[in-house]
Design a binder for this molecule. Structure first.
Ligand SMILES: [Zn+2]
Length: 106
């Protein structure tokens, strides 16, 4: 009777130990997953770079493209960057005239 009790206690203790160590391992796996998933799920604020466009300034509002490009457009084999979608839409409305007034990179 006593032997059975001891055996049960040892078995129970080892089960707890296994449960604890496996739980620790799981935590580590989750931590690794979180750090690797972070850059992919985070939206990139610099989607477009100055190097991607041919213009120096947003042709609609005159803002330098270095301040940030939200949208781009390809017109007459040129890549034009805009500070916002609204500026791009304005450009498209009168594209031929607006294109002639674009300030290109030197
Ligand atoms: Zn603009």
């Amino acid at each position: 009777m006593t032997k059975v009790k001891i055996a049960t206690t040892i078995l129970f203790a080892s089960i707890i130990f296994i449960a604890c160590s496996s739980g620790e391992q799981k935590e580590n796996v989750v931590e690794k997953k979180d750090t690797s998933a972070l850059p992919a799920s985070k939206p990139d604020p610099m989607k477009f770079t100055i190097a991607m466009v041919d213009n120096a300034k947003d042709p609609t509002c005159g803002m330098p493209v270095a301040a940030g490009i939200e949208d781009t457009l390809h017109y007459n084999n040129k890549a034009i960057g805009f500070c916002s979608k609204e500026c791009k839409d304005d450009f498209v409305k009168n594209a031929a005239k607006a294109f002639a007034a674009v300030e290109w990179k030197k």
